[in-house]
Design a protein around this ligand. Sequence first.
Ligand SMILES: NC(=O)c1ccc[n+]([C@@H]2O[C@H](COP(=O)([O-])OP(=O)(O)OC[C@H]3O[C@@H](n4cnc5c(N)ncnc54)[C@H](O)[C@@H]3O)[C@@H](O)[C@H]2O)c1
Length: 346
Amino acid sequence: MNKTAFDACIGIVGAGAIVASSHLPAYRAAGFRVGAIFDADPERARQAAAQFSIPRVCATFEELLAAPEINIIDIAVPPDFQPAMARAAMQAGKHLLCQKPLAWTMDEARALVEESERAGVKLAVNQQMRWDPIIQATHRLVREGALGRVMNVSLDESVLTDWFQWTWIPPAPQLDLMLHSIHNIDSLRYLFGEPDWVFAATGKYPEQRERAETRSITVFSFPGDILAHMSVAHKNWSDDQLCEWRVEGTEGIIRGRFGHLDDYPHGGPDRMEFVRRGEKSWTTIETPGRWFPDAFRGPMGSLIEAIRTGGAAETNGRDNLRTLALVHACYRSAEERRAIMSPSRI
Ligand SMILES: NC(=O)c1ccc[n+]([C@@H]2O[C@H](COP(=O)([O-])OP(=O)(O)OC[C@H]3O[C@@H](n4cnc5c(N)ncnc54)[C@H](O)[C@@H]3O)[C@@H](O)[C@H]2O)c1
């Protein structure tokens, strides 16, 4: 394949809520071509195709893989189906954007990444929070040195999440860290690198019907003596839904509020402010766009760019193994009630 002439044409598997609300609007805005869609529920695929002018609705996954114009498969189905679909797509020579988690286990995730490398196709994971406006603005300010030396980071979420809108989530063996906070963890890695150690505690609520944890509190120690604290709770029944972000440095402080969990999956805008040491007033930092749907342009755009240039996608499979390892390290920490050292090596 001529790399510079690569003409991306996406085939989507799954036409559920997230595809209709985020993948497809973001791809349309970015001008990415979607050539075909398949869903086990054909009516859902037909509806998405009609709404977003997708020229082809496939009757089977095999038909999607056999379509010669499709060169990227975007998987958006529940995680149990993903490994087999990813393998079939690789064998058909298609590049891949996979859902998070790439797999439930490290062994399975590693095997998928290695198989994609052997097959000579690019595999990236849809960890789109990196492109959330607050995370992007924080990344810029940290890189510019506006905060001086970063010391403390906190991400506090206390929200009401209806996990029952997905039939497969309530019985899942792992919940908050694996299915939700994996985005937070990936973004912390993106901003501050690989932590030296992690300490996590997880919990449930007395009345909950979900099988696994719906609360977690985690502390990360990043190189440079950065301490980060992530607190996530999913059964806040009040009208005070909390989703706050704070990064304190020796020369500047960021404070912000994520809007993505307002009216999920539509979301609202983020808000962010910055104060420099010695200044009295906080300055509003522009955070254009939203996580849903705008950030969904990021992982696919980065994958397309990587295919074109022969480089690595921002959220490539190798990188994502470190995010997944950190998630597993959090579970191990919670289970063994101790800090886990060098967690990304798990
Ligand atoms: N921010 C994010 O990254 C984010 C947000 C929400 C959901 N997700 C993930 O996206 C995936 C889909 O989530 P959703 O919210 O759209 O769920 P959903 O339940 O609304 O839709 C899932 C769709 O997949 C289809 N499907 C299920 N099994 C299939 C199979 N074997 N072959 C073909 N189609 C199949 C279903 O018919 C349904 O249309 C999940 O893995 C979920 O974890 C990611």
